[in-house]
Design a protein around this ligand. Structure first.
Ligand code: SF4
Length: 134
């Protein structure tokens, strides 16, 4: 078992809510090669282990290898914190909610993607045009 998968069984991983959308539309690209490799590994572990995660407005395990992470704070934190809060509000969840990964993903699909509300959450993100075509 990889160390990441092991970690998922030993502690509750913090995931920032808007990453429920980023992980849905991820197709192997990202802010850097290292970031994309790390994100692929994290998604694979979340999908195979379906752990309980704690939804947290703030930098998470995906942010660790991001070039826009400056000492644990996203360089665009004001914008992405807003994305996080919009996801929570649309899914009826709260900052700090603990939920199984697949239940969270299902809520994101049902309340945001199926209802065509992506632009309400992250329409000004640099990846929006890419994601909306998928
Ligand atoms: S640091 Fe910011 S830009 Fe990078 S993955 Fe986290 S939220 Fe996204």
């Amino acid at each position: 078992m990889s160390s990441l998968k092991q970690k998922l069984h030993e502690q509750i991983l913090e995931i920032r809510p808007h990453h429920g959308l980023c992980t849905e539309f991820f197709r192997g690209m990202g802010y850097s090669e290292k970031f994309a490799e790390s994100m692929a590994e994290i998604i694979a572990a979340l999908e195979s282990e379906n752990p309980e995660v704690r939804l947290t407005v703030g930098a998470d395990v995906i942010c660790i290898n991001c070039p826009h992470n400056s000492n644990g704070i996203c360089e665009t934190s004001e914008k992405v914190n807003g994305y996080d809060r919009a996801v929570l509000e649309k899914c009826g969840l709260s900052d700090g909610s603990c939920i199984k990964w697949q239940d969270f993903k299902n809520a994101v699909r049902k309340e945001i993607i199926s209802k065509n509300k992506l632009s309400d959450v992250c329409g000004d993100c640099s990846w929006y045009e890419f994601c909306k075509k998928l």
